[in-house]
Design a protein around this ligand. Structure first.
Ligand code: BG6
Length: 452
């Protein structure tokens, strides 16, 4: 899907968690990409909120340095753009759990005529309090758009509780539950690959498939976010959202009407998530935690030696689940889902293993869809040319999704119901995992982990 934005959009954005890992690693980059491509312009006004006491200049300099490091600047014009962008950033240190601090937001010069967007780039356990205080201070009209980061809640119960609370304050159409994997180019292409390409449409059947592997491997460790991650773990951080989204995209049926509309796709996703929940008994789990290792002549800490760590933690930095979807279409096909931090390399990949036939006895017939760092599709050894992957014309991940929010389009966001069903499944996985008393596997950093 090619994005051509003719109308330059302006916006006023309030970002909670402005110095958090997500904001620093992804959000400023994406906002700058939109700015650099003239998709948002000078009228942008970004109020960045965090607890740390910092002057506006120091804050702006921090972001400036990060964006320079991220290699967006190729010439003098880009540099001027960057400086202009940085000047659109404002900083305010407040405590998000103190009502009186919210009045400072009001005092900031937020240009009222601009479309308002609030980004909750913080842990979901403070979503309710932020909503409440924004509301009590009458800071936002009900039409402001709210972006909620995943994971929402830490189980089904807490997630329903948070969603219900926010729904009492804001219209559902103004709430955007983001999963940045849905904004990735290759993920957006998955449905057209499956349903619009006759070859893959024919091939994508249990009759031709032996098993499917989805692997979301990360090279990065926990960095500075031990506090958040230790309460979350890789299952809730990556599987409950990104991995389950990918699983549903590759297993949903084509809608009966053959109309690939957003509404129909949502319906199909719910159906598959229900089937996944009903197939639960076949689940098989392994989990692990990274320990220290040498990489490029430098010793890297293990999970328990990272900054602010608690030495007794058994939180998983790696998770592997073998499961099945026992519906008519996928009966008997195993799905291997895995994701881990500090693995050998960054790799987000879907592998579909195909059955052998009388002419081809190779057990390694497979369709590989690489989402990142490479974006390509290979069928056995043949690379499939993807006409639509011209990087320059495309927005990716957060830049794409933020623009969708600005436009008010919900197509690539996650519905409340999807989140409920995915938590239902995760809760069951956790239940079995605890019941089975599965031992933790300690894996060396920069290896392939417990199943490597
Ligand atoms: C986030 C997780 O959603 O995705 C992070 O919270 C993870 O822990 C990140 O590092 C990975 O995203 P990407 O786009 O780099 O694969």
């Amino acid at each position: 899907m090619k994005i051509i934005v003719k109308n330059i959009t302006s916006l006023s954005l309030i970002m909670f968690g402005a110095l958090g890992d997500l904001a620093l690693r992804k959000l400023y980059n994406s906002l700058f990409i939109l700015y650099k491509k003239n998709i948002i312009n000078k009228k942008i006004n970004i109020l960045c909120l965090a607890r740390k006491v910092e002057t506006l200049n120091t804050f702006r300099y921090t972001i400036y340095k990060r964006l320079i490091k991220a290699n967006y600047i190729n010439n003098k014009r880009d540099l001027v753009k960057l400086i202009n962008f940085i000047n659109c950033l404002y900083y305010l240190n407040i405590d998000f759990t103190t009502l009186t601090h919210f009045k400072f937001i009001k005092n900031q010069n937020l240009k009222n005529n601009l479309s308002k967007l609030v980004y909750f780039a913080v842990s979901s356990n403070i979503f309710k309090i932020i909503c409440k205080y924004l509301n009590l201070n009458k800071q936002l009209t009900k039409t402001a758009k709210i972006i909620l980061e995943k994971p929402i809640g830490c189980n089904l119960k807490s997630s329903i509780n948070i969603n219900n609370y926010i729904n009492n304050i804001y219209f559902e159409r103004s709430i955007f539950r983001i999963d940045h994997y849905l904004g990735k180019r290759q993920v957006k292409n998955l449905l057209s690959l499956r349903f619009l390409n006759p070859v893959f449409y024919m091939l994508w059947k249990k009759k031709y498939i032996t098993h499917i592997v989805i692997n979301l491997a990360e090279h990065l460790g926990i960095e500075d976010r031990w506090g958040y991650f230790d309460k979350t773990g890789q299952l809730r951080d990556m599987v409950q959202n990104h991995l389950i989204q990918l699983l549903s995209m590759i297993t949903i049926c084509i809608p009966k009407t053959k109309q690939i509309s957003v509404k129909n796709i949502y319906k199909e996703k719910i159906k598959i998530l229900k089937d996944l929940n009903n197939s639960f008994l076949t689940v098989d789990i392994k989990y692990g935690q990274y320990i220290s290792n040498k990489f490029k002549n430098k010793i890297f800490n293990g999970y328990l030696e990272e900054k602010n760590s608690n030495k007794n933690s058994s939180t998983e930095t790696f998770i592997y689940i073998k499961t099945k979807i026992n519906n008519f279409h996928w009966y008997g096909i195993p799905f291997f889902l895995m994701s881990g931090k500090r693995l050998k390399q960054k790799l987000s990949q879907i592998k579909i293993y195909l059955k052998k036939n009388s002419l081809n006895n190779d057990l390694n017939n497979k369709l590989i869809i690489n989402l990142q760092p490479k974006e390509d599709i290979n069928l056995n050894k043949f690379k499939i040319k993807q006409m639509s992957l011209n990087k320059n014309n495309y927005l990716d991940s957060y830049d794409f999704l933020i623009l969708e929010v600005i436009k008010g389009k919900q197509d690539w966001f996650v519905s409340k119901e999807e989140i409920d069903y995915s938590w239902r499944w995760i809760d069951k996985v956790i239940h079995i995992w605890k019941q089975k008393n599965i031992p933790i596997f300690y894996y060396k950093s920069f290896t392939w982990g417990p199943i490597g």
